[in-house]
Design a protein around this ligand. Structure first.
Ligand code: AMP
Length: 283
C-alpha cells in the first residue's frame, strides 16, 4: 500500500493512472477505522483497479469543539487494517494540505433544503463542512466511484446532490450499515463507550426495528415516536436529540404514512456524552 501526505503527489499519481485507463474507487473517512469502514474498502477493492482511502479529521465539519478534540485517532492501526484489506493507497493529509487557503475551508452550498432537518438542524454548518471537504477530496482523488455508508444517510443524500449539481464525474455508491452482532451500528465514536454504555447503545437498533414494525402494523406515527422516546429514556444514560420519520428523498419529516412513498426513520441520541446516530428504512 502506498501512503501519500501531499496533495500534489497523490494528484499527479492518480491523474497518470486514470490516463492509463485504471479505475479509481475512493473511501473518504475520518479514521479510527472499524469493520463498517472496511466493508466500504472491500466493495471498492472488488469494483476498481485502485482503491484510495483518505483519513482526515475535517475541522470544518465539527460544530462542537469538544467533539473535534475528543474524536478518536489511531493512524498506525488504521494503516495495518487497510493493508490487510488490500487498499492500494492511503491519503493522510494535514489541514494545510487540504485547505492551503483559509477561505477554502468554508464554501457555501445550496443543498436544496436537504440540510434543513435532522443532522443539519442539530449541527449548524456541519454539512457545509462535509460538502467542502468531499468536493476538495474528489478534485484531488478524481474517483470513478466513491463509497458512502447509509449510516450517515443524510450525508449520503447531500453528497449525491452536490455531485449532481456540480456535474462531478463520480458515481456515489451507497453502502449498507455494518453492525455489531448485537445490532449496534459500528462507529468510530463507539470507542468512547464503556462496556455498560455499549450494551445500552445496542438497544437503539432494537427500538428502530420495533418502531418499524409498529408503524407498518398501522400504529400512528405520533404514538410510535412517543413509544420510542419512552423506550430510550427508560435508561438513565440516554438522552434524545431527535427521532424523525422522513421522506427518503427530500428528507422532509412526515407526520402521516400517506405523505410519502419512501420513508426512513432516523435517530440521534446521546449515551452520556457520546452522540450516536442510526436509521432504518421503513418502506
Ligand atoms: P467517518 O469516518 O465516520 O466519516 O465515516 C466514513 C464513511 O464510513 C462514511 O461514508 C460513513 O457513512 C461510513 N460508515 C461509518 N460507519 C459505518 C457503518 N457502521 N457501516 C457502513 N458504513 C459506515
Amino acid at each position: 500500500m502506498m501512503l501519500f501526505k501531499h496533495t500534489n503527489a497523490i494528484k499527479s499519481y492518480l491523474y497518470k493512472k486514470k490516463g492509463e485507463g485504471e479505475t479509481i474507487g475512493f473511501v473518504p473517512t475520518m479514521g479510527a477505522l472499524h469493520q463498517g469502514h472496511l466493508s466500504l474498502i472491500n466493495q471498492s477493492v472488488k469494483e476498481n483497479d485502485i482503491t484510495v482511502c483518505s483519513i482526515f479529521v475535517n475541522p470544518s465539519q465539527f460544530n462542537n469543539k469538544k467533539d473535534f478534540e475528543n474524536y478518536p485517532t489511531d493512524i498506525d492501526d488504521d494503516i495495518k487494517k487497510l493493508e490487510k484489506h488490500n487498499c492500494s493507497i492511503v491519503f493522510v493529509p494535514s489541514v494545510d494540505e487540504i485547505y492551503p487557503d483559509e477561505n477554502l475551508k468554508h464554501q457555501a452550498f445550496d443543498f436544496n433544503g436537504l440540510d434543513k432537518y435532522m443532522e443539519g438542524a442539530h449541527r449548524p454548518g456541519h454539512f457545509n463542512g462535509v460538502a467542502t471537504v468531499v468536493k476538495r477530496l474528489f478534485e484531488i482523488c478524481i474517483p470513478h466511484r466513491a463509497y458512502f455508508g447509509k449510516k450517515d444517510f443524510q450525508q449520503l443524500r447531500i453528497i449525491q446532490h452536490v455531485v449532481n449539481i456540480h456535474n462531478m464525474n463520480t458515481d456515489v455508491v451507497p453502502c449498507e450499515i455494518y453492525r455489531e452482532p448485537n445490532g449496534l451500528a459500528m462507529s468510530s465514536r463507539n470507542r468512547r463507550l464503556g462496556e455498560e454504555e455499549k450494551e445500552v447503545a445496542s438497544s437503539i437498533h432494537k427500538v428502530l426495528t420495533e418502531a418499524k414494525k409498529d408503524f407498518l402494523s398501522g400504529i400512528s406515527l405520533e404514538r410510535t415516536k412517543k413509544k420510542m422516546t419512552e423506550q430510550i429514556l427508560a435508561n438513565r444514560l440516554f438522552s434524545v436529540d431527535y427521532i424523525e420519520f422522513a421522506d427518503s428523498k427530500s428528507l422532509r419529516p412526515i407526520q402521516n404514512y400517506n405523505e410519502t412513498t419512501q420513508c426512513i426513520l432516523c435517530i440521534a441520541v446521546y449515551v452520556n456524552e457520546v452522540r450516536l446516530i442510526d436509521n432504518i428504512s421503513v418502506f
